[in-house]
Design a protein around this ligand. Structure first.
Ligand SMILES: Nc1ncnc2c1ncn2[C@@H]1O[C@H](COP(=O)(O)OP(=O)(O)OP(=O)(O)O)[C@@H](O)[C@H]1O
Length: 325
């Protein structure tokens, strides 16, 4: 009898292996952490976010290395517009899933796009639960990215609570290997204010520690008038968020790096030997961007978000073949 079962299991494994070779499967071929790639991207492509680098690498590696994590990994990214929250989510996806954001195991949800009507929260709750259950049933190592979490009704976020909790499994499905990433601007203004005071006191940006930001950012976000978002949900009071990760406002030197990256990507990638971007181009793009506060002009109002379109605009009439690169 045991022999027959053994043969059956061998045939099943063989069939599964063959199936996964021919089709996309939730296995190591599709989902495997490229730690070196992640470290490299967060060091060289992401600018000005030393706290993010360390926290993201630590948490992703920690969760990935354990065969049976105690709960799903839940990272909450906070910061002003254009400082890299979506960008880092993409970097994580690209270094963990074949196909990055296009992987069938990576799911992007936008509050305003996917849950637009306030009066439909009860319906959305059921929809969201079905959707998470369906996707994790298909693949335990699914990743969910929730953009604009500050615009989601708190009760809708609460519907996700069971999946983020320490349960072994729910109806036979384990959610412990899943990753949830929440993106929001909540706490961003407070981070900006703390960083401005830090700058004014003449301290180095890299000297700011996670502990300098964590509590005040949380308190300021909880004290908003809106009843939406993570801060009013039970996810906080039940301690289900693995980490709050603050994204710092970007300074001129970081924006300049974004401009150079964009010019290289668009105009110089065909000439590997030409990696030098003339400063005059960078300065022209910088003039198109706004910095605050009005007097000191330390931080970019839109981070690096508008860099790509401003580069297009400035570079439109340049003839690079005639310019000295
Ligand atoms: N810190 C950064 N380092 C390098 N590039 C960055 C950084 N921040 C933003 N960028 C560039 O700007 C683009 C827009 O940034 P991103 O969408 O990640 O901002 P965000 O913080 O998610 O903003 P929002 O809150 O408005 O959604 C990115 O695709 C990337 O090209």
């Amino acid at each position: 009898m045991a022999g027959v079962a053994g043969v059956g299991s061998l045939i099943y494994t063989g069939y599964n292996g063959l199936k996964c070779r021919m089709f996309v499967c939730c296995d190591k071929r599709q989902i495997s952490l490229n730690l070196e790639g992640l470290r490299n991207d967060l060091t060289h492509k992401l600018h000005g976010q030393h706290l993010v680098q360390k926290a993201v690498i630590g948490h992703i590696k920690g969760h990935n290395d354990i065969e049976n994590p105690p709960k799903a990994l839940v990272l909450s990214f906070h910061g002003l517009t254009g400082v890299g929250k979506n960008f880092v989510s993409r970097i994580i996806a690209e270094n963990l899933y074949k196909g990055g954001l296009s992987s069938r195991y990576v799911h992007l949800i936008s509050a305003t796009r996917d849950f637009p009507h306030e009066g439909m929260v009860e319906f959305y709750k059921e929809q969201l639960k079905d959707w998470i259950e369906g996707n994790v049933t298909k693949c335990e190592r699914s990743m969910f990215i929730f953009d604009e979490v500050d615009k989601l009704p708190a009760s809708l976020l609460d519907a996700m609570k069971p999946y983020l909790d320490y349960y072994d499994h729910l109806k036979g499905v384990s959610y412990r290997k899943a990753i949830f990433i929440f993106l929001s601007n909540a706490g961003g203004p407070k981070i900006g204010q703390i960083m401005f005071d830090h700058w004014k006191s003449g301290k180095k940006r890299e000297d700011i520690k996670l502990s300098d930001l964590e509590n005040s950012v949380m308190l300021s976000a909880i004290n908003t008038d809106s009843q939406n978002g993570l801060w009013h949900s039970q996810l906080i009071s039940s301690h289900l968020i693995t980490a709050f990760i603050p994204f710092l406002p970007l300074e001129k030197e970081h924006v300049k790096k974004c401009i150079k990256d964009d010019i290289i990507k668009k105009y110089l990638s065909f000439y590997p030997s030409h990696r030098h971007v003339p400063e005059k181009y960078v300065d022209e793009v910088m003039e198109e961007l706004t910095f605050q506060p009005a007097l000191e002009k330390v931080f970019s109002v839109t981070g690096c978000k508008r860099v790509a379109e401003k580069v297009n605009y400035v570079m439109m009439d340049k003839d690079l073949s005639r310019d000295e690169l």
